[in-house]
Design a protein around this ligand. Structure first.
Ligand SMILES: [Zn+2]
Length: 483
């Protein structure tokens, strides 16, 4: 691949990004200039290459022969890179393998044995390299990873993200209380030391955390002692390093939390009491929260990673995303590999739309009849607004994710001052002469040419995959290319 990122770059053509929840902006015939550092320094509408060279380059002090130019072809557009706010890299080999299990038996049957085996560095290198490459191929430019309890292989994941150019948060998993004997931190003190070792390593390889950052990762409350959670809360207070964990995913888990922590009013209260609930906390799932818990999360300014593929696969439940948003809680999307069966954020976006539709469907005890003229329609009580549109799920996949990982000023959209984390999407244009059409292998999205751009984007959301991701950049560096 060309060593872009150390040259100034001009991007030309159609750019699509979310400007607010439910709203996509279509910037046709637009020029975006990205300087060597990867920062967007100009966005000019109604602008072609000549106009950019004549009017923008002089202001930037650029010379035309020193600029790499990328132009969208017919059916192509630039879109902000996806942000996966919850993914377990060591579980990547298990994608799609969950049988009929639900959360707690799934952990023991599939997850802990796989995670424990990644104490082997050669195995970790093989799994993590493919996991990061596959995520980049899906257009994921930022990922918040859970690794394992092992320091060397967790540090290796950080090294790989840095060398492959993916923006990443790397969490060494803390679990000193509940887990199999063969896969557990020795003590709260040892858990803290190991966490600090990974932080030190990341600080050494990327001192400014420009691409790779550490993230404190108590697996979930039942797997951590009070002592371990207290020490992580203090470490967070001292360093400002963000936190990720799971919350309210499964009804058996809720009972386990209640039994393990009877002194706290609810699950959210456990994290809050240990200093783990704040503006830099990412809570995955958040399905079965009470109003009181959601209000506390909103008050503390923590964000939620919505993981619809996982929640359906493990029969965990349907997170009420609109309800969370209405409470003022920031929401992003997570693939939750391998509770989730795919590392594609586009898949998570489409499942987020479908799961939200399920919330609108009448269920026993939740239905009412609405009469319109002589027609009676059965509806679900109080849930009409739950449905998420294509525009809304794409917002969650980009700006929503950026907000909960604390990078809303840097990634998720195309404004001056933001960084060029982007993907070039290509949709298949069906030839006008069907007998000569050889475009079947260009992906699963067939565009006939009469669709409006809004319709093309909807076709992409529901039919697209990594074949549509032609190029991917992070901070201006080309990190994936499909010819
Ligand atoms: Zn998870």
């Amino acid at each position: 691949m060309a060593p872009q990122g150390n040259k100034n770059q001009l991007f030309l053509g159609l750019f699509i990004h979310s400007t607010s929840l439910g709203e996509l902006q279509y910037l046709h015939n637009t020029a975006i200039c990205v300087e060597k550092s990867g920062k967007i320094v100009a966005v000019e509408q109604k602008c072609d290459q000549k106009k950019a060279e004549d009017t923008i380059y002089p202001k930037l002090g650029w010379k035309a022969d020193d600029v790499v130019v990328t132009t969208t072809k017919d059916g192509q557009f630039f879109f902000p890179g996806f942000i996966d706010t919850h993914i377990h890299a060591p579980q990547y080999p298990n994608v799609g393998i969950f049988g009929k299990s639900t959360l707690l038996d799934w952990l023991n049957t599939y997850t802990f044995p796989m995670e424990a085996s990644l104490s082997s560095l050669p195995k970790a290198r093989r799994v993590y390299t493919r996991c990061v490459r596959r995520a980049l191929a899906h257009g994921t430019t930022t990922a918040t990873y859970y690794a394992t309890i092992h320091v060397p292989s967790t540090n290796l994941l950080a090294d790989l993200c840095l060398s492959m150019g993916q923006r990443a948060f790397i969490g060494r998993v803390c679990m000193d209380a509940m887990g199999p004997d063969y896969y557990l931190d020795e003590s709260a003190a040892q858990s803290l030391i190991a966490t600090q070792q990974t932080i030190d390593h990341i600080h050494k390889i990327d001192p400014g955390y420009t691409l790779v950052s550490p993230i404190l990762t108590p697996r979930f409350a039942p797997s951590c002692s009070r002592k371990a959670m207290t020490s992580l809360g203090k470490l967070h207070e001292k360093t400002g390093i963000p936190i990720q964990t799971h919350i309210s995913e499964n009804v058996d888990e809720l009972k386990l939390v209640k039994d393990t922590f009877p002194e706290f009013p609810h699950y959210t209260g456990v994290y809050d009491a240990h200093g783990l609930l704040g503006t830099k906390t990412i809570l995955a799932h958040a399905i079965h929260l009470s109003d009181e818990e959601a209000d506390l999360i909103a008050k503390r300014g923590a964000g939620v990673s919505h993981c619809p593929c996982s929640n359906s696969a493990l029969t965990s439940g349907e997170a009420r995303v609109r309800w969370l948003l209405d409470k003022g809680i920031g929401v992003g999307l997570g693939t939750d590999v391998s509770g989730g069966y795919s590392s594609s954020v586009l898949e998570a976006a489409r499942q987020a739309a479908l799961v939200s539709n399920h919330l609108v469907m009448p269920k026993k005890g939740n239905e009412y009849n609405e009469t319109n003229g002589n027609k009676t329609i059965q509806k679900a009580k109080g849930t009409e607004r739950a449905r998420l549109s294509v525009e809304e799920v794409l917002h969650l996949a980009t700006r929503g994710g950026a907000s909960i990982v604390g990078l809303v000023d840097r990634i998720g959209g195309f404004e001056v001052g933001m960084e060029w984390d982007a993907q070039l999407i290509g949709l298949g244009l069906v030839d006008e002469t069907p007998e000569e059409d050889d475009t079947l292998d260009r992906g699963n999205v067939d565009i006939f040419g009469w669709e409006k751009w809004e319709e093309r984007v909807a076709k992409w959301v529901f039919n697209g995959d990594d074949r549509n991701v032609r190029k991917v950049w992070v901070r201006g560096r080309l990190v994936h290319e499909r010819i």
